[in-house]
Design a protein around this ligand. Structure first.
Ligand code: MTE
Length: 320
């Protein structure tokens, strides 16, 4: 099994080697990101311009060597240059360039709604709620490709615990930044802005539901959803909303961007399910980025042992 519950991860694996999950580098990155110039510098490393290709190859090689998950990690280059982030571009190869220089400090995340202690978190305070740990998860995009990504992050439940959801809270709504001056494609109507997503509260409280703040031992680059994005590994990638500014606890099933766009094609749950085809294509197989040929897609993206129980008694063809 690729993923481990946080409590099962030995600290030696969480921080395998200074060379990989290099906390000093990470902290240096956090400090650098405090200034726009610093952010630019760090992101040059992560986005592959200038000297970065050497860094990118080195990061990938060291990470592969330290990776004990059993599955080959997707290269840093591919993870950071094959992106869906429609606020910047609808072309996967263009997102990194368009998002370079996206400034993510200052940044706040409001956590509000049906909670006892609503709060607006400064991103640097939010990142201190729980230690970031390495979490290697497969990401399966609804389009039919997949990656294996070494995220840095912590369980969303840790943040929700801080605000104390009331007994009336049943769902969690997530909202991406809306600022067309910084996210140029928001000047188009390719999607309804801001990008929104939702989870049932028990899904959100599941320990695998992750708030990611980094990948490959470094801060999250803009194209992957800096400064903070959701990762729900048993669901299609579009549930993993990027650059979050608001999290609202509600008592109704929230609207979601892709469900609004095409309700027959994208449901609220969107659990990875090889038996439920997208109306326009099969979901039985996937192409792992960096590999030739196709793999079988696994129910719940291979996280059924952990997540299937959330849907006991539900018809997942109806609730797609
Ligand atoms: N979040 C926002 N705000 N905007 C987007 O366009 N795309 C989604 C998801 N989160 C998207 C988003 C889709 S379709 C996928 S597959 C994943 O982000 C891609 O994440 P990655 O680029 O880090 O691989």
């Amino acid at each position: 099994m690729l993923v481990k519950e946080p409590q099962d991860i030995k600290s030696s694996e969480i921080t395998p080697k200074e060379v990989y999950l290099n906390r000093r580098t990470f902290m240096k990155g956090a400090a650098l990101a405090a200034s726009a110039a610093g952010t630019g510098l760090l992101y040059r490393v992560l986005t592959g311009t200038g000297k970065s290709s050497t860094n990118s190859e080195a990061a990938t090689e060291t990470a592969q060597a330290a990776n004990s998950s059993g599955e080959k990690l997707t290269s840093l280059q591919d993870i950071t240059h094959y992106n869906n982030f429609y606020e910047f571009s609808t072309s996967k190869g263009a997102v990194a360039g368009k998002a370079a220089g996206f400034v993510t400090r200052p940044w706040t995340v409001a956590v509000e709604g049906l909670v006892g202690k609503p709060r607006i978190f400064d991103i640097d305070d939010l990142m201190k709620i729980a230690p970031s740990e390495e979490r290697i998860y497969r990401l399966r995009c609804v389009e039919g490709w997949s990656m294996v990504i070494p995220w840095l992050g912590f369980s969303l439940a840790k943040l929700l615990d801080q605000v104390q959801p009331t007994s009336a809270a049943k769902y969690v709504e997530f909202v991406t930044l809306q600022d067309p001056s910084r996210m140029p494609n928001q000047n188009t109507d390719v999607l309804d802005w801001p990008y929104i997503e939702g989870l049932r509260l028990d899904e959100a409280m599941h320990p695998l539901a992750t708030l990611a703040t980094g990948l490959y031992g470094e801060m999250l680059p803009p194209q992957n959803g800096a400064p903070i994005r959701l990762v729900v590994p048993w669901k299609y990638g579009f549930k993993s909303i990027k650059s979050i500014v608001k999290i609202r606890l509600v008592d109704y099933q929230p609207s979601t961007t892709w469900n609004i766009y095409a309700p027959r094609e994208y449901g609220f749950y969107s659990n990875v399910n090889p038996k439920v085809n997208h109306p326009r294509w099969s979901q039985a197989k996937e192409r792992r980025i960096g590999e030739f040929g196709l793999r079988d897609t696994l129910p719940f993206n291979g996280y059924g042992d952990e997540a299937a129980r959330l849907y006991d008694g539900m018809d997942l063809k109806v609730n797609f």
